[in-house]
Structures are given as structure tokens and as C-alpha cells.
Design a protein around this ligand. Sequence first.
Ligand code: ZN
Length: 180
Amino acid sequence: MGKGPVVINASKTGSNKTFGLSGAGTLTYVSKGDLGKGLFARRKIRAGTMICRFSGPMISFAEAASKGEKECYPLQIDDNKYIDLDPPGCFANHSCEPNAGIRADLELVALTDIPAGTEIRYDYSTTMDEDYFTMPCRCGSESCRGKVEDFKLLPPSASKRYLTLGIVMSFIVRKYNVKP
Ligand SMILES: [Zn+2]
């Protein structure tokens, strides 16, 4: 799931349903961080606060894969269903020790108090079940797993924690009938 910079074409499939507005302007800004462009807290964000709501056109796996990392920021929301994320949500980078997570499939919420100026990151593995994409992880956290891959490949301690926090995509929770 390439979430590097640059968005080129929007989906031309006619399936460009947009999921609401991102409405994140007051809480976040986009700036350069350790991993390229990232999403940062404009002011202190308290734990539990919804930071932004992801939005963008819906695309298929084939469309996401064919666009590649430079043009597309796919967020997996179901088998063969992705949202090609609009700014600013598309700039949220991955961390193996995230300070944010996705609730209700589209809402990025703070898991801890996030000081102003801190980069906001979530764990991409909480959204992934595709047997396709992996990437080396350079998140720099102490518990870095070294690569980003499907939820089912997470260490049990991590998957259990994310399930308890309610920040795993619902299609994954349904598919594996997993309980915290
Ligand atoms: Zn990592």
C-alpha cells in the first residue's frame, strides 16, 4: 500500500464514490518527517479524539496494483475494495508503535495524547489482508517488526492489542471471526 507522495489520476472507473469529507484541517498539517511527507498534530490531540475521516474514491485491487505506489494511496476496506485516499489522510504513515488507529473503518483516532508537532501514524497491518503487499519497515520504533504485512501475520500480542482497541478493519475481524 504505497502511501508515498504524489497523487496523479483519480479513478476513471466510474466507481469514484467518495466517503465524506476529511475535515481534518484544524487538527493536522502535512509536513516532511522521517519517512517523507507525513501527517502531524497541529495542536495537542487528546487520546480518543477523531483526527480525521478517511475519504477518496473506491477502487479495486487491480486498480490499486496497476496504479502503483507513486499514484495511489490505497486503504483496504474489504476483499478487493480499497479507498484511494485523498489528502490529508493519505499522508498518514505507518508505525509498528502507532499513536493512532482506524475505528469504524474510516475514522483515524488518537490512541494516546499526541503533543503538537508530533507525527500521527497508524499500523498499516490493521487494514491489510491481501497476500500481496509487504514493505520493509523503517518506522524506527523500539518494537519495529521490520516489515509491514497482513494482519494475520502480526505477532499475537499485537493483533490482540489492536482488536481490544477496536482499530482493526471490520472485514478482517469478520473474516477471521477474531475476538479480542
Ligand atoms: Zn516498524
